[in-house]
Design a protein around this ligand. Structure first.
Ligand SMILES: Nc1ncnc2c1ncn2[C@@H]1O[C@H](COP(=O)(O)OP(=O)(O)OP(=O)(O)O)[C@@H](O)[C@H]1O
Length: 252
C-alpha cells in the first residue's frame, strides 16, 4: 500500500494541483465549455451540474482528449495542448464515465496491465487491499462484474498509474446506495492518506458534498460558482436553485 505521493511531491507545495483559466471547448460552432476557471489547490473538488452543462468536456480537455483553448496548469506547468499520453505521464489519471473495462480481460489482467505502464508505489496487491472484493473476483472477466465492482476496478487501474491528479466522471452512476456510501468512504480515505488531488464530476449532490472539500457549479459551459462543500450541504434552497434536482438533493 502506498504511503506518499511522488508525483505531487516533485512539485513546489505552493502550486495548485490544477489551475484552469478561461478554458473553452468547442465542437464545431457549439461551445461546450466557455471561459471556465477553476482552482484545485489540494484535496477534492467536485464539479456539479445538470446533464449537458460541459462537465465531461472540461474533463476531456484536462486529459487532452478534446482540443481546447485557455490554460490548464498542473502543479504550475501548462499541460493544455499536450497529447493525452504525455498528460497521463505527468500524473493525470482518468476514471471515465461508464468505467470502460475490457470484456476479455480478467480483473487481475486489468491491474497487471496498468501496472506495467507506470511502476509506482501502488501495486495490484495494494489495490486488492483497498478493494478486497476485487481480490475475490480477480479471475472474473470485466463484464462479469457488478457495476460497483467495475467502478472499483476502474479506480484501481487509475491508481496504478500513481497519479498526482485523479479525475473521475460520475463514479456513482448506476450504483446501489450502499455501494455509493462505500465508494465515498474509500475516496475520503484516499484523499486523507495520500497527497493525490481529486477532481470529481458528479450529479449526485449528496455524494459530491460527502466526498469533496469544495464544489464548483457548471451551467451552460460556465463555472458559475465555487463554494465549500459544507456550505452547499447546509443550503437546501441553493441546491434546488443550482441543480433543480429534488431526488438527489443532500438530505432528501
Ligand atoms: N463529441 C461531441 N460533439 C458535439 N457536441 C458534443 C460532444 N460532446 C458533448 N457535446 C455537447 O456539449 C455539451 C456539453 O456536453 P458534456 O458531455 O460535456 O456535458 P456534461 O455536463 O458532462 O453532461 P452529461 O452529464 O450528460 O455527460 C452538450 O450540449 C453536448 O451535447
Amino acid at each position: 500500500m502506498r504511503a506518499s505521493k511522488p508525483a505531487a511531491a516533485r512539485e513546489p507545495a505552493t502550486q495548485a494541483a490544477l489551475a484552469i483559466d478561461r478554458l473553452d471547448v468547442r465542437y464545431g460552432r457549439a461551445r461546450a465549455v466557455q471561459q471556465a476557471s477553476l482552482l484545485l489547490e489540494r484535496g477534492t473538488l467536485a464539479i456539479v451540474g445538470r446533464n449537458g452543462m460541459g462537465k465531461t468536456s472540461l474533463c476531456n480537455a484536462v486529459t487532452g482528449m478534446v482540443p481546447s483553448s485557455g490554460s490548464i496548469r498542473l502543479f504550475g506547468e501548462e499541460i493544455r495542448g499536450l497529447p493525452p499520453h504525455r498528460i497521463a505521464r505527468r500524473g493525470v489519471a482518468y476514471v471515465p464515465q461508464g468505467r470502460r473495462v475490457w470484456r476479455s480481460l480478467t480483473v487481475d489482467e486489468h491491474l497487471r496491465l496498468a501496472h506495467r505502464f507506470r511502476r509506482g508505489e501502488w501495486t495490484p496487491d495494494g489495490i486488492y487491499e483497498l478493494f478486497p472484493r476485487l481480490k475475490q473476483r480477480r479471475h472474473n472477466g470485466g463484464t462479469q462484474l457488478s457495476g460497483g465492482e467495475q467502478q472499483m476496478l476502474a479506480i484501481g487501474r487509475a491508481l496504478l498509474l500513481d497519479p498526482s491528479l485523479l479525475l473521475m466522471d460520475e463514479p456513482t452512476e448506476g450504483l446501489a446506495p450502499i455501494i455509493v456510501e462505500q465508494l465515498a468512504a474509500t475516496l475520503r480515505s484516499l484523499a486523507a492518506r495520500t497527497e493525490m488531488a481529486i477532481l470529481l464530476v458528479e450529479q449526485n449532490l449528496r455524494f459530491a458534498v460527502d466526498v469533496a472539500d469544495s464544489v464548483a457549479v457548471m451551467v451552460n459551459g460556465c463555472v458559475v460558482r465555487t463554494m465549500p462543500a459544507a456550505a452547499l450541504a447546509a443550503d437546501r434552497a441553493l441546491q434546488q436553485q443550482l441543480m433543480g434536482v429534488h431526488a438527489q438533493g443532500v438530505g432528501s
